[in-house]
Design a protein around this ligand. Sequence first.
Ligand SMILES: [Ca+2]
Length: 511
Amino acid sequence: MPKPISKRPRSRAALLCRDTGAALAAALLPLVAAAAEPLPDKNPPPNVVFILADQWRGSALGFMGREPVLTPCLDKLSREALVLTRCVSSYPVCSPYRGMLMTGQFPHSNRVLANCNTDGAKYGYELPATARCWSDVLKDKGYSLGYIGKWHLDSPHEPYVDTGNNSATFAWNEWTTPARRHGFGFWYAYGTFDEHLHPEYWTTDAPREQRTKVNQWGPEHEADLAIQYLRNEGGTYRSGQKPFALVLSMNPPHTPYDQVPQKYVERYAGKSEADLLSTVNMNLTYGVTGRKLALKQIRNYFACITGVDEQIGRVLAALRDTGLEQNTLVIFTSDHGDCLGAHDELTKNVHWDESLLVPFLARWPGHIQPRRDDLLLTPPDIYPTLLDLMGLGADIPGSVQGTSYASIFRDGTGQRPSSAWYMFVPNGQPGLGRRGVRTQTHTLVYFRDGKAPERCEFYDNVADPYQARNIASAQAALVEQLTRDELLPWLRKMNDPWLDGRSPAANDEGR
Ligand SMILES: [Ca+2]
């Protein structure tokens, strides 16, 4: 309901009193009243800046005090934001995470069951053009939408685009047709492409054959563009009359880690590799191969993170300088982490915390109480939580399967999940792979390949923070309980074909 018009001059005067002094306000009051100029809504729709990194593990944040990584800009943001200390990626690899982020659905429902590439294309793994993404909702609500950076939600098709990571027989990168951009009117993006010092983009109007090739570190280039989008000089990037949502999707700290400006590597001068890995028990959780990889990569991994942190700082400064800070919801997170050799795992897409847990910070002054919270947020929850926070709860479509935790975001109140789910699906075998749960204290994972007997791993993450001792046999009763009370309800909720095959221990319950 609009407020009575007669009250508006008084509130304008009140504002002026605060900003410029009572005398000036009094002098201007008749003028303001006579003009009857419409005032901005008391609760104008918020803008959104969603910053997504790739392969940034949840422990690699300076303010968390767990790894000696330098993230001064996020350290500052953490004091102004809600920080989720146990945010779970659930299916910790690129396209499945991104599919869930955009649709609010589980992978079995949104058709992004594995990475988008030539193999995945055989099974139709890509974001459907018909999906109702949160960006589609915002577009219908009158938002201007911009997407900068990595998208990775389209299958490559022949003839493959001629980029460095596509060959004649196998491809990753693909152009996103305008019809598949889900409301993003400003487009400066690519599918997936890992030459970080020489990135390539398709612009809004560019055809498939025309890429913009850049000789600048990707995150820095993309931050430059994001800042221009925020400033919007001459209305070049978006409608100045509309609220906006901007996604800034930066590929680093994705491999190859050595493609990073040297100035960020130099921030770690004087520290040995052993210093940089000092918070990790190398003997307990690293095999020979893993230890070698970790020692080789850790400096550059941290350098990538520090460089991206600096770009985030630049974007946040531009938000402040343009006066947009107060009414902009800022989110920073990552699609998954990286084991980087821990547990002898070379990379991601596994159940270990280094792969599974991601950073998550959300800032909206006056609307989200800055604090730390151990909410077990999973990717399908982001869409409904975002819209609910923005006052658009009634516009969340029925297709969304995640849960809104807007009330927990605001002030910590509300019902919480007792676990987060975990999944890996081999291409074309939706009932196989791995399924599990991460609770506040434990990790439970089942492995099924259709050949060897099914097996299970179980970790006490409190007594054993490096997840080094599988206690599935010793704690069989607890495994059974968690399977029955946590894992199976998740699998039923997502109608997982895993349930049709050979069962986890307690799968007969409830059937
Ligand atoms: Ca990724």
